[in-house]
Design a protein around this ligand. Structure first.
Ligand SMILES: NC(=O)c1ccc[n+]([C@@H]2O[C@H](COP(=O)([O-])OP(=O)(O)OC[C@H]3O[C@@H](n4cnc5c(N)ncnc54)[C@H](OP(=O)(O)O)[C@@H]3O)[C@@H](O)[C@H]2O)c1
Length: 284
């Protein structure tokens, strides 16, 4: 039995999709905070169980009979370390043979503020004694694609990443890698997978691609972190999320989202999803 937590999220759904292509759906448990959102997952014949990271009593029941668990990091910033500890404790008490955790690229040396909760979780995993594998996911390309429409509307792509190169990949790529790791014949306990896209680009490169695909001149405008954050708040993003994105861009300017080891494409046995194709899809 393989449990996927956060299974109603965007990454979780894709992990389930890829797992179903490898193992029988009846051996997959979709562990979800909100079962009402999981009707489509039930329709795939996977078992849906309630699992709220903040309610430990739901976790033990959700993990009963599990052999492996993929802990998809929570989206509730600031609460994540404690929530992940709850998951690890429940997994331990159910005697699982492997926890795969979706951490952050180069979490141990990352300049991104986001890394702190991942480092804490990785430390807790080590101390727990439960066998674990780290899926240190790089940036989702989708994070930047969310700004394509507004960049065209405003005539500029803004950010704080300077000349930092970003090796992002699609959620689809990371999800497939997770399914490969969870079903691998090769022992995974103790492994650290640094996962990033095959193409590395600066935001200037990204703006040039948007310009080419949209046939409009969209320059990249680099802003100090506080100005970028202010622009995101002005565009309607909640302050903590705007702060996170702006801080992550500054981290990218220091090389925090760059990696050219090619481990992701090697795991999934294909190139990571092409950036231009993703931009085209957004514009379409
Ligand atoms: N590498 C990157 O670029 C990047 C970018 C964004 C996020 N992330 C991380 O990757 C994770 C997955 O990404 P995503 O795109 O799939 O995010 P997402 O679509 O926002 O999904 C997050 C999932 O976490 C679940 N969740 C939140 N709080 C929970 C709780 N207390 N108990 C149980 N489940 C809870 C949500 O449940 P509901 O469906 O009930 O809301 C949802 O299913 C994120 O949560 C975040 O940690 C990484």
């Amino acid at each position: 039995m393989i449990v996927v937590t956060g299974a109603t999220g965007q990454l979780g759904r894709l992990v389930i999709k890829h797992l179903i292509s490898k193992v029988d759906a009846s051996n997959i448990i979709a562990a979800v905070r909100t079962p009402e959102k999981a009707g489509d997952l039930s329709a795939l014949a996977v078992q849906v169980r309630e699992a709220d990271y903040s309610r430990p009593e739901t976790l033990k029941t959700a993990f009963a009979g599990a052999e492996k668990i993929i802990l998809i990091s929570s989206s509730e910033l600031g609460q994540r370390a404690e929530q992940h500890m709850n998951v690890i404790e429940a997994a331990k008490s159910e005697g699982v043979s492997l926890i795969a955790y979706t951490s952050l690229l180069h979490a141990d040396t990352s300049p991104l503020g986001l890394a702190a909760e991942h480092i804490e979780t990785e430390k807790y995993l080590k101390e727990s004694g439960v066998p674990f594998v780290l899926l240190r996911n790089g940036w989702y390309t989708e994070n930047y694609l969310a700004s394509v429409a507004s960049s065209i509307e405003h005539g500029a792509f803004i950010g704080s990443a300077g000349k930092g190169k970003i090796s992002s990949a699609a959620r689809e790529d990371y999800a497939q890698a997770a399914a490969v790791v969870l079903t691998s014949e090769e022992p995974q306990a103790g492994k650290v997978h640094e996962l990033a896209g095959d193409q590395s680009y600066t935001l200037t490169d990204l703006a040039a691609l948007i310009s080419r695909e949209s046939s409009k001149e969209i320059p990249y405008v680099n802003l100090p972190e506080h100005e970028f954050k202010g622009a995101l708040v002005g565009a309607g993003l909640p302050e903590p999320f705007a702060a996170l994105l702006a801080n992550s861009d500054t981290g990218a300017s220091k090389g925090g989202l760059f990696d050219e080891q090619g481990e992701l494409s090697s795991l999934i046995g294909r190139s990571t999803t092409n950036l231009s194709e993703m931009i085209k899809a957004v514009l379409a």
